[in-house]
Write a protein that binds this ligand. Sequence first.
Ligand SMILES: NC(=O)N[C@@H](CC(=O)O)C(=O)O
Ligand SMILES: [Zn+2]
Ligand SMILES: [Zn+2]
Length: 346
Amino acid sequence: MTQTLTLRRPDDWHLHLRDENMLRAVLPHTTAHFARAIIMPNLVPPVVRGADAAAYRDRIMAALPEGADFTPLMTLYLTEDTDPDDVAAAHASGLITAVKLYPAGATTNSASGVTDFDKVAPVLERMAEIGLPLCTHGEVTDPAVDIFDREAVFIERVMDPIRKRHQGLKVVMEHITTADAADYVSSARENLGATITTHHLVINRNHILAGGIKPHYYCLPVAKREAHRLALRKAATSGDARFFLGTDSAPHTDANKLLPCGCAGCFTAPNTMSILAEVFEQDGALDKLEGFASLNGPAFYGLPANSQTMTLTRTPATYPDHIDTPEGPVTVFDPMMPLNWSAALD
Ligand SMILES: NC(=O)N[C@@H](CC(=O)O)C(=O)O
Ligand SMILES: [Zn+2]
Ligand SMILES: [Zn+2]
């Protein structure tokens, strides 16, 4: 039985760090393992212009724990008023790594997102020209579409038309939750990748709804039926380079999770690597973990893999059930299984 596994240091291609007190509380949990992360721009107000991203990057750098070696990869939040020249300048200076598309109203802090996709065509065209990737929250918000179908309908109504109109545009379908999305990504010839979260490899919709409602398993896109979870496991553990880790670690205080209208998001930064080791081992694919967590993401974004390494050791992992923040406790994702692998940087 394998006892240790050494891999290139992983990166997180979809992460919420928030700001101020919450930023300072959650950041060390990411920097303990991950070298880089794509930083989501859905702050209040959102990170829309290059200048906003520069200021947010400075706040993240100022919040780094002492000695931490971590590079935040900044993104801009796409609005119908986004200026293509501002985006191009932020890209040219090396400030941003991607632009994020939120359909208006689809998820946490997405009110400034896009309603009329024609209005963002000039920005997308410029991004295709300069090779700047688009990251998407792939759900339609049409109230007539069932919440469990919103990702599949997004592919048909939004994703496929955008990719046909902007042929050279690199797109990442973020936090995919369906076999439909995994198949769509697998069938694309080029310029399409997908991130998969830790929690969507572990939970299906029963975990949220059966035997009492479990707000800590509620996130968006909402977890789907078991067949979809299995399709995601297959994609993640397949070794297919188009699939890579984006934890979507999304901290909300327990008070905000447990409201009558509670927030969406699972906080997985502290135990993601141990959970992934467990998942990949269960599926007989420990040898594919490095590709998923450390190699496929940089390859998609055209960045080098990290030179530092991490070693996973077959030792029961310990992690807190919550972290304390000045805003209140934040519950850590409970994978409902013992974690037999501990992770540490070499
Ligand atoms: N995933 C979530 O459920 N929540 C994210 C937003 C997002 O990634 O859609 C958040 O910012 O809390
Ligand atoms: Zn999202
Ligand atoms: Zn997210």
